[in-house]
Design a protein around this ligand. Structure first.
Ligand code: G
Ligand code: G
Ligand code: MN
Ligand code: NA
Length: 256
């Protein structure tokens, strides 16, 4: 309850900020995009990580206004970088949507409003949706995903493998990209079987015309195995941790 009061105040006083973690093309080594990750700059506690407040925000419903703030801020930031000529056409901004946000009735209208207000072209926005958000209501999820796709918004399934972990339903959803959860990447070098599981996920996703992003890439060895499996993109400490907007902009300026 104290946390709820704190969160309301945080929204009101704009105590949230975004960090950005680059998503790297494994074929060119260039930045393909950024994932926006929320942080809370608490007046007493300092920087608070989302793991400590997103669950409470989700329970209290505060995730709706917080999530809209994230979306607006992330779109605005990308638009600003575009206007500065920092990367022409290529770079996308990924934003996480929680289960509650995804099932909120006004989601599409709110997204349309934000895109209009920030003047960001919809094809640069990528939404990360978890398996559970989709599988809770597969019928309405399919329809919603299609509406987003019709707008040219990119769609990723996030933390793949941690939820229902079922490969059999993937073909039913109009998704562009699959993010393999970092727990798989962590184990990729442990056994032949772990490598084969990732191989199977990548092969299936490719057959379904989805690209793959490996999360939590931390070592050269993991990177090399993933490249050999035909994985398109990587994200993780090997490349860069999540960084603030200034540091992200510096990464873009150095983008080979
Ligand atoms: O940045 P960090 O690794 O601490 O993020 C922890 C978790 O919080 C991750 O699961 C991430 O998906 C989630 N998260 C980070 N930012 C947001 C956000 O803006 N909205 C939602 N719904 N989840 C977020
Ligand atoms: O759940 P989601 O994947 O959206 O959350 C991303 C989270 O993963 C962020 O909190 C980020 O700090 C964390 N993260 C990003 N890269 C790495 C990595 O290479 N290793 C580990 N352990 N965590 C990472
Ligand atoms: Mn994510
Ligand atoms: Na993830």
């Amino acid at each position: 309850l104290e946390l709820e009061t704190d969160l309301r105040r945080a929204l009101h006083r704009e105590e949230f900020l975004l960090y950005y973690q680059p998503i790297i093309s494994l074929t060119t080594g260039r930045i393909n995009g950024f994932e926006a990750l929320i942080r809370w700059y608490h007046p007493q506690k300092g920087l608070v990580s989302p793991g400590e407040f997103i669950p409470a925000a989700e329970e209290t419903g505060l995730i709706i206004p917080i999530g809209l703030w994230v979306l607006k801020e992330a779109c605005q930031q990308l638009k600003t970088w575009q206007d500065q000529g920092l990367f022409k056409d290529k770079i996308k901004m990924s934003v996480n949507l929680s289960v509650k946000q995804f099932s909120q009735v006004n989601l599409i209208q709110n997204i349309d409003k934000i895109l209009l207000r920030t003047q960001l072209n919809s094809s640069y926005l990528k939404l990360e949706i978890t398996e559970s958000a989709i599988m809770d209501h597969p019928e309405s999820a399919t329809e919603l995903l299609q509406q987003l796709r019709d707008r040219d918004i990119q769609l990723s399934i996030d933390d793949f493998g941690t939820g229902y972990s079922s490969l059999s339903y993937l073909h039913r959803f109009p998704l562009h990209n699959l993010k393999i959860d970092r727990s798989f990447i962590k184990r990729i070098t442990e056994t032949r079987q772990n490598l084969e599981i990732i191989h199977a996920i990548i092969t299936l996703a490719h057959h379904l015309n989805m690209t793959i992003t490996a999360e939590g890439v931390e070592t050269e060895e993991q990177l090399s195995l993933l490249k050999n499996l035909g994985c398109e993109e990587g994200q993780g400490y090997y490349f860069s941790p999540p960084v603030d907007a200034n540091a992200a902009q510096a990464l873009l300026q150095d983008n080979p």
